[in-house]
Ligand binder design. Structure first.
Ligand code: PHE
Length: 452
């Protein structure tokens, strides 16, 4: 059966598609901020350590389940498990991916709107105006819903063209474009007067800021940034060929993801410091702080400013879109294989339900009371439940599953491509996935819930 399954057509396509999933809004709106707040280069070093100890083994585990299971995430877990419960874990991973698609699409839609807002000069005004512009836009009942549907329609278009002509082709086009645009904005930002202060702030290691909270934050970020625990990595791995070197692929993807996160820092900090603004994180960074920063930093050359801001939102939309495609594929593959319907029908079910979910999430931002649950807007509820509860739970169980339940021979065969690759790292991997990763994930989980 695994031979019949459609594969990515090339190694490059496989790496770029999976890296496309990993590179997303998190790289731009969280990593630079966390780096700035937590001691610059010291944080980057800790982050890299977390990626090595936690990120790569967890990614490898999903690779192994996906490629061996050669099916959607729910079925892949079920096939390899000894007990029906493992299928449930796989299904929970699909559900996490599905729920995230709904609210991730909302923010991705905002990025699309901001391409036009910046290109048409709508973002020129004083800081109060830019804040109000964002508040009015994001809470309006029509515009953001329209953009949510628009970006889901784009995703749908890619997905229905299948794995090779859809996902792989789109990633091969979008990822290099994203990279080039990023470099252009980095150059623009680093050439501003006073930019060196931002570069110094980002890269000056300050080890006095190191503490356990920062460690936990770095671990959480590595998990999120690599799209672990949402079925994305597992689903894509089900399209990997038997020749693919899993360890090498994981390293490539992690390097791309980290490089882009660091470059995002080089895009934001120099510009922010040149106008004396301290960058924050989350939606307010990219939709309020940065438009201000771009406008002020390039006030002597407004056209360059408009160009840089527009390129920035295009690259952000590309990053969001590639992540959205991987999220959509998780549910599409699930419905397609479980309901025995065509890929197109499965994609349509996912798109329509995500449009509905996204519309409600978007509407909940305006403070509409019927969309507030336990004091949080529906949007925040989705974010909280998926990111802080489902994700660590699935990640934890996945480590236990691969470490303790799946027969060791299967894991070793996948790790070493049936003995054709050197397996010297296998023992280290097993040690990490059996003991270290589960312990770290429990710590992140408790920390996120403020229990430690
Ligand atoms: N890894 C993505 C990022 O860094 C986040 C993401 C979440 C991707 C959910 C896919 C699914 O932004």
């Amino acid at each position: 059966m695994s031979q019949e399954r459609v594969n990515f057509g090339s190694k490059l396509g496989m790496i770029l598609a999976t890296a496309g999933s990993a590179v997303g809004l998190g790289n731009v709106w969280r990593f630079p901020y966390m780096t700035g707040q937590n001691g610059g280069a010291a944080f980057i070093l800790i982050y890299i350590a977390c990626v090595l100890v936690l990120g790569i083994p967890c990614m490898m585990s999903e690779f192994i389940i996906g490629r061996h299971g050669a099916a959607n995430t729910g079925r892949a877990y079920g096939k390899m498990g000894t007990h029906g419960m493992w299928r449930l874990v796989g299904c929970m991973s699909v559900l996490t991916g599905f729920l995230i698609t709904g609210y991730y699409a909302v923010v991705s839609g905002w990025c699309l709107q901001y391409i036009f807002s910046s290109a048409f000069g709508e973002l020129s005004g004083n800081p109060e105006y830019i804040t109000r512009y964002f508040q009015d836009f994001s809470s309006s009942p029509i515009k953001p819903v329209f953009w949510t549907v628009a970006i889901l329609a784009l995703t749908h278009f890619v997905i229905i063209h299948g794995v090779r002509s859809g996902i792989e082709r789109a990633s091969k086009l979008m990822m290099p474009t994203l990279f080039v645009l990023l470099l252009m904005v980095v150059v623009g930002s680093c050439m501003l007067p006073g930019a060196h202060k931002g570069i110094e702030f980002l890269f000056r290691p300050d080890f006095s800021k190191l503490d356990s909270n920062m460690f936990l934050a770095a671990m959480g970020q590595s998990f999120y940034s690599l799209s672990i625990g949402m079925g994305c990595i597992c689903t894509f791995a089900s399209y990997f060929s038997r020749q693919a070197n899993l360890m090498k692929s994981a390293v490539n993807i992690v390097v791309i993801d980290t490089l882009i996160a660091v470059l995002a820092g080089l895009m934001i900090f120099p510009a922010a410091f040149s106008v004396g603004v301290n960058p924050d994180s989350g939606p307010s960074l990219i939709f309020i702080t940065l438009p201000n920063v771009f406008r002020e930093a390039f006030s002597a050359m407004p056209l360059v400013g408009t160009l840089i801001a527009t390129l920035f939102y295009i690259l952000l939309s590309l990053a969001a879109l590639t992540s959205l495609i991987s999220l959509h594929e998780v549910s599409t593959a699930f419905f397609y294989e479980e309901l025995h319907i065509t890929r197109k029908k499965a994609a349509l079910i996912v798109t329509v339900s995500c449009c509905i979910m996204g519309a409600f999430c978007s509407l909940s931002i305006g403070g509409r009371e019927w969309l507030v649950i336990a004091g949080r807007s529906l949007f925040d509820v989705f974010d909280f439940v998926t990111g802080q509860i489902f994700l660590p739970v699935v990640g934890f169980l996945t480590c236990l599953f691969v470490g303790w339940v799946v027969p060791r021979d299967i894991v070793k065969d996948e790790f070493t491509n049936w003995g054709t690759l050197r397996g010297s790292l296998f023992t280290v991997y097993l040690l990490l996935v059996r003991f270290i990763c589960p312990i770290c994930i429990v710590a992140i989980f408790l920390n996120q819930l403020n229990l430690i």
